[in-house]
Design a protein around this ligand. Sequence first.
Ligand SMILES: *Cc1c(COP(=O)(O)O)cnc(C)c1O
Length: 409
Amino acid sequence: MDAPVHVRPQQFAVEDDCLQLGGLALTRLAERVGQTPFYAYDRGLIQSRIAQLRSALPPGVQVHYALKANPMPALAQLMVALVDGMDVASGFELKTALDAGMLPSNISFAGPGKSDTELRCAVAAGVLLHLESGAEMERVARIGQSLDIRPQVAVRINPNFELKRSGMRMGGAALQFGVDEDAVPALLERMGRLPLDFLGFHIFCGAQNLSPSAIAEAQAHSVHLGLRLAAHAPAPLCLLNIGGGFGVPYFPGDVALDLAPVAAQLEQSLALLAAVSPQTRLVLELGRYLVAEAGIYVCRVRERKLSRGAVFLVTDGGLHHHLAATGNFGQVIRKNYPVAIGNRMRGDSREIASVVGPLCTPLDLLADRLELARAEAGDLVVVFQSGAYGPTASPAAFLGHPAALEVLV
Ligand SMILES: *Cc1c(COP(=O)(O)O)cnc(C)c1O
């Protein structure tokens, strides 16, 4: 059987053999940016992705953006108008969301090990805190008392089930995230004696999932779990954040997520909530699904090098800007992201080449023996599916090369 190959991402047009982004030829965009390497995010693609998502999902479902996928300030500002809320996971992300103009009441703050300073800022801002432990609940209550503010809280649950076939597992095991399902009733009982406003639950059990049936199953379990545990809560269940985990196709053989089965399940969940808990808002929190496919990473070929018959395109970009594309951010077996020569999409001739960066480590590999247009020094290498977990998920200081710029086009 032949190994699966990449389907070239179709979201960007090609004119005169050159990739186009936001109505600009890539070569022109590179001049406009003024340097390589850079990341470019297409605002039109982000808008249409969210519009398509909303038309596929039942209208009662709220969509939040998980800012850690891409916290570029201009992009965060764009998101404010497109989503119902933002989920942040650090004090700095909280500041980014507030600066972008997100209403505090539509911001939630999750993550283990929040500092007292982060908790104070969040309580003062009036955002929702996703409690990750009983100890954190006690700290939030004390901080609320010292500020004379009643903090709004939700409990993040580590469920007994998992989101099957996830690229990253974040529930259903011994984990640093959330409160074990079995410990939640006792925690809620304690909460009833603290000056805290209970709003609901947060259940996030996996990421980068391309299986609609696995997602639908985990979401159905999450709704049932939330309703069951709400019986122990000190106040009505106003909010049920059932995570997301919607994946995007990165690797050969990956197929884009079919939303129809997920939407059908959400319809049922909404009907159930309407019947037994009508005040409950159902929230999905999505990161990469909203932004990954709208972004590219661009670097320039510095040298074409032959070693024992193999072609290496040595570029000015690499692992220090785009750890995920080198396979070192959560991949078990390294696979190639989709890559092309942006100014020779088809090219006059094609060859098998590897794309590497300037770092002194064999890990600095953006493409491993991929079929590409034959490239020369000066050509532009494009890594697709790069709008999420790019610069902020990469070790920019490693070896001290210049940082990549980011533009929203
Ligand atoms: C990282 C994270 C997300 C976003 O994950 P994606 O795979 O980018 O959709 C959502 N919620 C929580 C709690 C997270 O930690």
